[in-house]
Design a protein. Structure first.
Length: 190
């Protein structure tokens, strides 16, 4: 979606909600989530009520946005910045949100993408793939690289022109312990 279409969509709450439902990010309730009654209705803006058990729930219930109090406009713009691969820090500055909130949104988007790919059974990689490990975290001072204290090993597999799968692992090592560039080695993930 281009930026002009996004700004038009983000300015209308009804269109935004229907767009997010269409994308599967918001749940459409035809029955009460508490008692199962079909006698429900919208009582206030973004609030639904069951007329049988008298309970109310938010439009965000059961979605990745449950508990978030951000406007739909900011959520849509965060999605666009995520799609454009803008870092969470830069997106926080653009959206005038805290870094923590923006990072939480980015994490929710990543989880939604992962769940969607798992539902479609797209977990197998095909064709030419590349694999590598990296280490994240740890303190800056002192020893660097693999031996630095507190580093978390992450193993990633990239399908050329396609998908990426990443997993935190306990330890990454080769069978022969001697590998040069371009050499095929057996990698054990524990």
């Amino acid at each position: 979606m281009d930026v002009v279409s996004l700004s038009t969509l983000a300015s209308d709450r009804e269109k935004t909600v229907s767009y997010l439902r269409e994308k599967g990010l918001l749940v459409t309730y035809t029955r009460c989530p508490f008692c199962g009654s079909e006698h429900i209705g919208e009582v206030r803006r973004e609030k639904y009520k069951c007329y049988q058990c008298r309970k109310e729930w938010s439009i965000r219930r059961g979605s990745i946005f449950e508990g978030m109090k951000l406007s739909w406009e900011k959520i849509l713009w965060a999605m666009k910045l995520f799609e454009m691969e803008v870092t969470a820090h830069k997106a926080a500055l653009q959206l005038r949100l805290s870094y923590e909130v923006t990072l939480r949104l980015y994490t929710l988007f990543r989880k939604a993408i992962w769940v969607h790919t798992q539902k479609e059974g797209k977990s197998l990689l095909e064709g030419e793939v590349e694999m590598d490990e990296s280490y994240f975290g740890g303190k800056r001072k002192g020893k660097r690289g693999r031996g630095a204290a507190g580093k978390i090993p992450v193993f990633g597999i990239l399908e050329r022109g396609g998908k990426v799968q990443v997993e935190v692992v306990e330890q990454v090592y080769t069978a022969s312990r001697r590998s040069g560039h371009g050499e095929m080695v057996e990698v054990r993930l524990e």
